[in-house]
Design a protein around this ligand. Sequence first.
Ligand SMILES: [Zn+2]
Length: 348
Amino acid sequence: MRAMVLEQFGAPLKLKDVPVPKIGPSEALVRVRVCGAGLTVVIMVATPGRIKSYPRIPGHEVAGEVVEAGSEVRTVKVGQRVTNHYYLTCGNCRYCRSGRETLCENFRGNVGQGCDGGYAEYVALPERNLVPIPDGVTDLEASVAADAIATPYHACHAEAQVSPGDNVLIIGAGGGVGIHMVQMARLCGGRVLAAEIGEEKLELAREMGADEVIDTRRGDLVKQVKALTGGRGVDAAIDVVGNSRTLQASLESLAPAGRMVIIGSKPASVYGEDPTFKVNPGEFMRQAQEIHGSRYVNNAEIARTLELVKHKRIRAVVNRTFPLEEAEQVHELLRKNAVAGRAALIVS
Ligand SMILES: [Zn+2]
């Protein structure tokens, strides 16, 4: 089969002909139709030590159909369309059993990092990771829903707890996750303040429902937020960028009882810059504020996200698609922050 293979750390992805993977009894073989590509996969391959053995096929936002099922597989059938949860978990620990599988105590890494992923014509995935795609949702929409829309579902609902009438700041609102965060925060009843750099992304955020857009190059972000909220600040600040400046601005933009949600991360090992920020504990306590780390989703949240897409409550924003063999060029665009909305590889 054709696959984009990473042969060693730091190498470019190369198109190769490799054997179709063999499945275990609790796995299914999926013919990949579409695989999403965002900053998560770019950071995954660029962080030293994340991938433990090479060669490796990246890609974690798969949509396709089951072509073979292991002897123990019960919940999906050959011919069924599926997307996937991208954490390799045990299903048995205290976190897995409480619907918080992203905190699994026996975590084996991610699809495309701990095992081969979806930048290939076929991928072998554990049954536990598969989520059926409902009729009415295309493969392209599903590949985006599994991460770039599901992640905002969890962040807005479980962490930021966006309620009708809340002012919600989204930093990095024009990227793959951010543009769906704008829609999700609106769907939860929030008034969305979308912060971005560059006219194309700001325009896209506006088009997708942002009530206000803030160009972070045009003056201090916190001042602009305060001006747009009558001096009070926002009830929730969701930071999809995650560098020290944006995180500091998120915290300083909060109203009393505001929730800050960290969802992006710019690891120092990849970006060469310390992402830490400062909290004044007295002020934080007096304002009764909260800082939440939002880590992906559980399987049920992916299923709910797919329903939202099916019923047109959220639109999957895929502005650019590429053939499989252009994966390296897509990563280059993502590294340059040059993709508005989500990008996806059309595999077969
Ligand atoms: Zn577990």
